[in-house]
Design a protein around this ligand. Sequence first.
Ligand code: EPZ
Length: 430
Amino acid sequence: MDKIRIRGGNRLNGSIQISGAKNAALPLMIVSLLTPETLTLSNVPRLADVRLLQRILQNHGVDIMIAGKRPGQNGQAGDVKQLSARTIADTTAPYDLVSKMRASFWVLGPLLGRCGEAKVSLPGGCAIGTRPVDMHLLAMEKLGAEIAIEGGYVIARAKDGLKGGQIAFDKVSVGATHAALMAAVLAHGDTVIDNAATEPEIGDVAECLVKMGAKIEGIHTKTLKITGVTSLHGAEHAVIADRIETGTYAMCAGMAGGDVTLKGANPAHLGAVIDVMRDAGITVEAAAGGIRIYRNGNGLAPVNVETQPYPGFPTDCQAQFMALMTRAHGTSMIRETIFENRFMHVQELARLGADIHLHGDTAEVRGVAKLTGAPVMATDLRASVSLVIAALAAEGETMINRVYHLDRGFETLEEKLSACGADVARIAGA
Ligand code: EPZ
């Protein structure tokens, strides 16, 4: 298994190209199941999760072509993928694939919407929380599907097709909103989704569906109104920039000090993250085609944060911000309200000398004068990159193990950081 070695202390200066958003690319690729025509997605990040989803979609019969670079296309931009689900060869999503990546469970909605049947493995457990799918199943039932659970699989049927309905979620779920939206676009009649998630990735999927001929009102609001259509056609769509990757590199620059421009980043998607970084004493400003981050010498101020659904502070930036606060001049309280077990990074940060005390869903982070490099273990995608952020400021060498977690969601991280002066390298298959 690869490792990443970081020698801390270098300031970061330069620019980083932000990749397409993992959490938009995955549902957008799944949308291809809804039409027999070709969906062309550009700015698709080269990530382990994307490659795995590609196998899952090919298993359903989707032809996937990676189009060559177009003239003048920025070399660092993501892939252009052409996805064609002319026919759905198989409506089963097997356990051995779904268990590797939870988002693949979202094929349930499009398969039901297009084929009137689906057999999808339940995703199983996850390091950061129980993560049930009850709201996904509730949404399918509200659209008239019959749902049964057999042998670890969801067996769903809507032999006369899905029917429009009222879906009111009792809490905000990104995945359940994606699933309900993707199912409702081909249902007979009107659907209203109340208390829908408003993450930018939801908006990106809805805008792509509209390009394919779907009828959706209220995009970017908590109430989505969908008028079902009989079929969808092909389209071309560019994946939005990854706001979580943006927040991560912004915190790398904030931690190490220096001056970094994040090219392709969309400041509008980062509201809460930018606010807390400014409160911590880091300068964040819009720059041509991106965001500029700099911190020169002044220390970090402690900031209290609570994770919330968008536009609140994203849970996917919680671990990264905790790493930043380990060096603040004072104590920060970080409350995790979305997932019940998303503090796996605390003990690993403690190995680098951090002083963090857990009180249920809240971490009390007492800033320390210095961190010291050590061997540490990545435990999940976002926890892994919090160790990178801490290591950038730690004295000496840090060796991060199990970086396959990181590769799921960060494209060429070591190249991007070393191009800005970080002493970071991947140690292959050590
Ligand atoms: C999406 O996961 C993201 N994944 C997660 O990012 C992100 O942390 C999460 O949204 C919250 O923003 C992708 O986009 C692929 P939820 P999702 O449904 O859809 C509970 C990353 O690091 N819930 O919004 O699975 C659930 O347990 C990943 O990139 C139910 O109770 O998250 C959680 O407590 C990690 N029943 C809360 O809702 C359900 O049926 C929010 O989960 C569904 C969810």
